[in-house]
Write a protein that binds this ligand. Structure first.
Ligand code: BEZ
Length: 222
């Protein structure tokens, strides 16, 4: 089989879990031993891929992910990294980051050498690289449903404040039944879901709890 056919073949087996789908289950070797997705049932998970160990952008990202681990844990959310490197490569890189940069990376990293998990999650973008995972982020909730998906290219490090904001926004939606507007941050007012009936539309503009610009556009404190 030539390279072109290989690439076509690879593209056929790749799938992309969509928002609202059950997160594909897996069992994988990690720097913390063998883990299954089901081990995280009851917690939210930020599953993220990076292209390769011992690369500069990834190193900055891993340090930044470690910096938000405590904040994520307060939101009942665990970090889980992934690349197609071996466990020994991950271990060596983790040790290097601690030695050279003084940061202990405490979250598990999947060694997806045969790309099993990467394929299940559509983390490889053949147009960008057929051998490395792109910078994907899957936010998986405590019932193992995919709630958000972010993709960044190899060249661009991710923004941890946005990942934290996304998890907080999703959990606020679940807890308070609201949506979150552009650039929302905890403490800001949230959007009340649109009315479903004429009566609801009339009621909401007179509701003191809401700050309405018009019948379809009301905010409230959460
Ligand atoms: C990096 O992490 O620095 C990197 C990895 C793959 C391609 C480009 C940059």
């Amino acid at each position: 089989m030539d390279n072109y056919s290989n690439e076509q073949n690879e593209q056929q087996v790749v799938s992309l879990p969509r928002i609202g789908d059950k997160a594909p289950s897996f069992e994988a070797e990690t720097t913390h031993g063998t883990l299954q997705l089901e081990d995280f049932d009851g917690s939210w998970v930020v599953l993220f891929s990076h292209p390769a160990d011992f690369t500069p952008v990834c190193t900055t990202e891993f340090i930044a992910f470690q910096e938000i681990q405590d904040d994520l844990r307060e939101l009942n959310t665990e970090l889980l990294g992934l690349s197609v490197d071996s466990v020994h490569s991950h271990i060596a890189w983790v040790r290097n980051v601690k030695e050279k940069m003084g940061v202990e990376l405490k979250f598990p990293i999947i060694a997806d050498l045969n790309k099993d998990v990467a394929k299940k999650y559509g983390m490889i973008m053949p147009g960008e690289s057929t051998t490395e995972t792109s910078r994907a982020v899957f936010v998986i909730d405590d019932k193992q449903t995919v709630r958000a998906v972010i993709y960044y290219p190899l060249s661009t490090g991710r923004n941890m404040a946005e990942i934290l904001r996304l998890v907080k926004g999703l959990q606020t939606t679940d807890e308070k039944g609201v949506a979150t507007p552009a650039n929302w941050n905890p403490g800001d007012k949230a959007i009340v879901p649109p009315p479903k009936t004429q009566e609801e539309a009339d009621e909401r503009v007179n509701n003191d709890e809401y700050e309405c610009i018009d019948w379809y556009f009301c905010k409230k404190h959460v």
